[in-house]
Design a protein. Structure first.
Lengths: 136, 280
């Protein structure tokens, strides 16, 4: 039985210099060369700050592989955007510490190694953001 | 930028009715758009992409003058033929569409704000009582949460230093565990030490800042040589910045001592009310 492959999400960390430029550029270049479908965002932090509905779409679209930074930060960034990630179908590749070859190999692999921190809070029981400034 | 404005979503279309891009051209186009702050979907048949929502949508492609037909939709969809555009021109063309659509402008604000790790947070409210800028609040169940991201002072991770559980992250910070790296036992010991240091300095960091600020003002009033006074103030700020990891520009922009006291009282009252409600 064929399974739907995971969505691929790449973060360019545009507004800080904490992800090595050579790593993020090499990962993006390989993604573009591969010809596969992917989502690229300029900066996940910026999207989380604005509670961008795109994060809910991404978190809700099934299995996802994310090339960004530390899994703990990514998990709670999505939560803060009211878009909690599924713990068992999300893999985060860390471009701050992993090299480009490793990141791209894992992004393109048919295997998914879920690696979000498994703590006391899950997608369903996390406190729900109530953002007065954004309430309509 | 208002954080509530919808963002323009961009789709790089290479399907039926459009000429596909080769790898280098695709990379140039996507890079140019990311550097302008946009999110880009590169669709293909092999795997899913995020479905549409009500955000305005711009579809880019080499259409040779004939954009693909799309079914009727509530979403505003615009098309841009990129056949003749260099990457630099592409960014400008998209900016024009963004302006016309009224979508959010990116890059006006560095996204620097705290992110709470609820696996670690014990809801002690120390962050709420510490922050003078109203970044934190509580939800209906009296759980701490980040409510006003854009009130946070860029590059200032001070609240993460007072968290006894190392539960506050700033993903763009240089070092762990504040950047989201795994928290070790030694990190926890360090965090506790920092709280103790702050207590030794007079109960809280803001009390220390207030005292420093008053001393600096006093020096200004007595000092005839303004250059010397300025040097002294800068020395003072550098010391504080080094001790507490607080950027000098944040210290320079602190409100008056009276206003600091008022805000500190307000924040403490909020935290105490939340803690009392938890116990009730």
């Amino acid at each position: 039985m064929s399974q739907t492959p995971p969505t691929i999400l790449y973060c360019h960390c545009q507004y800080a210099q904490v992800v090595p430029k050579e790593v993020k550029d090499a990962v993006l270049k390989k993604l573009c060369d591969s010809g596969i479908a992917f989502e690229a965002v300029a900066d996940l932090c910026e999207m989380a700050a604005r509670r961008d509905p795109a994060l809910q779409r991404l978190a809700g679209s099934g299995a996802v592989k994310i090339a960004a930074c530390f899994p703990r930060a990514v998990k709670w960034l999505f939560h803060q955007a009211n878009a909690p990630l599924a713990l068992d179908t999300t893999e985060v590749l860390n471009m701050r510490v992993q090299n480009a070859e490793e990141v791209i190999a894992k992004l393109l692999s048919s295997e998914l190694e879920a690696n979000l921190p498994k703590g006391k809070v899950t997608a369903s029981d996390a406190p729900k953001p109530e953002i007065a400034e954004l309430a309509n | 930028m208002s954080l509530s404005d919808p963002a323009l979503r961009i789709v790089l279309y290479e399907g039926s009715g459009a000429e596909p891009l080769d790898g280098p051209a695709r990379y140039s186009a996507v890079s140019a758009l990311l550097e302008k702050g946009y999110a880009v979907t590169r669709s293909a048949a092999d795997r899913p992409v995020a479905p549409a929502d009500r955000s305005p949508l711009l579809v880019l492609g080499r259409f040779n003058g004939q954009p693909p037909e799309v079914p009727e939709s509530d979403v505003t969809i615009r098309f841009q033929d990129i056949s003749a555009l260099a990457p630099a021109q592409l960014g400008d063309a998209v900016e024009t569409v963004r302006n016309e659509s009224g979508a959010a402008k990116h890059g006006a604000w560095k996204p620097w704000f705290p992110v709470i790790d609820y696996d670690r947070c014990t809801n002690c409210m120390q962050c709420l009582s510490f922050c003078l800028f109203g970044v934190y609040g509580v939800d209906g169940d009296k759980h701490i949460q980040v409510q006003n991201n854009d009130n946070c002072k860029t590059n200032c991770p001070a609240c993460s230093r007072v968290c006894p559980e190392a539960a506050i992250m700033f993903p763009k910070y240089k070092a762990g565990p504040i950047n989201g790296d795994t928290v070790s036992d030694s990190d926890l010991a360090k965090e506790k030490m920092k709280v103790d240091i702050s207590a030794l300095l007079g109960g809280d960091v803001y009390a220390m800042l207030r005292l420093r600020s008053e001393k600096a003002k006093s020096r200004f009033s007595k000092e005839r040589d303004s250059d010397k006074a300025l040097t002294e103030r800068q020395k003072c700020l550098i010391k504080l910045a080094a001790a507490g990891d607080i950027p000098p520009e944040v210290l320079m922009s602190l409100p008056s001592p009276e206003e600091i006291a008022r805000r500190a009282e307000e924040a403490t009252a909020k935290a105490q009310a939340a803690l009392a409600a938890q116990k009730a």
